[in-house]
Design a protein around this ligand. Structure first.
Ligand code: UDP
Length: 239
């Protein structure tokens, strides 16, 4: 029997590293394909899917500014990197037969629609996966902040933040084998324990608007589907 998804509209946040394969650098077509397969799985359940992509596999503003590029310029370079990733994911999804639209926060008419909230929602209603590139369109922000902002704007029920670990731990599980994983944690406790779920701007935006976050490992096959079906995967951050 087909199980019913717990969520109907989700925002999936993928770091650039997820598209970079084992090295987390550049674009690894196999890694992009894997992500697309998982997205198709949940879309086939009838779930409306929005993806916000990072750009860290290509360029990060802070790293650029440390090498002498003006911070704002470096950040715009980072935003452009996210659009490259958006096109890569779009291509992989469409090769799997999934209809998509890319919307960019920085207008680039030749390759992406501009971000138009109501239009994005319409695409979702028609079953298209909407990929948001260009972050928020503003320097000094992150793609996690873009995810928090867009999730609220388009009425997503939850942000699914894909990482390489299977949730939030009380300490770094790579350094401490006895680190404890949370099934669930409140925004307040995450703040008190200084657990870096997202950068503070993004986290605050979620907390203030009660937008739940699930941190989970997307590198395990079918994990996205499990999350969407409400299985105990990853860590849920709520009120
Ligand atoms: N960026 C920005 N404003 C935004 C989103 C992103 O300036 O609203 C820039 C910033 O320089 C960042 C880069 O784009 O370093 C790539 O995004 P991010 O580091 O969030 O990607 P991720 O770590 O998720 O791969």
């Amino acid at each position: 029997t087909r199980r019913k998804p717990k969520y109907h509209r989700i925002l999936l946040k993928l770091s650039g590293e997820a598209l970079g394969g084992p090295q987390g650098q550049g674009i690894d077509p196999e890694a992009v394909h894997e992500m697309a397969v998982q997205i198709r799985e949940v879309r086939d359940l009838g779930v409306q899917v929005v993806v916000v992509l990072g750009g860290g596999n290509i360029f990060r503003g802070v790293a650029g500014s440390q090498k002498g590029i003006e911070r704002a310029t470096a950040d715009y370079m980072g935003m452009l990197a996210t659009v490259i990733n958006a096109l890569a994911l779009q291509d992989a999804l469409e090769q799997l037969g999934v209809p998509t639209r890319v919307q960019s926060a920085i207008t680039m008419h030749q390759i992406a629609e501009p971000f138009i909230r109501r239009r994005a929602v319409r695409h979702l209603e028609k079953g298209r996966v909407v990929i948001f590139g260009g972050g928020t369109g503003n320097p000094y922000f992150s793609t996690d902040t873009a995810a928090a902002l867009r999730a609220n704007e388009i009425g997503a029920e939850v942000i699914l933040k894909a990482t390489k670990v299977d949730g939030i731990y009380d300490r770094d599980p790579k350094l401490y084998p006895d680190a404890r994983r949370f099934d669930r944690i409140t925004y307040q406790e995450a703040l008190q324990r200084q657990l870096k779920v997202m950068d503070s701007t993004a986290f605050t935006l979620c907390m203030d608007n009660k937008m739940p976050i699930i941190v989970f490992d997307l590198f395990k096959p079918h994990n996205l589907k499990k999350v969407v079906l409400g299985e105990k995967v990853g860590t849920l951050v709520t009120d």
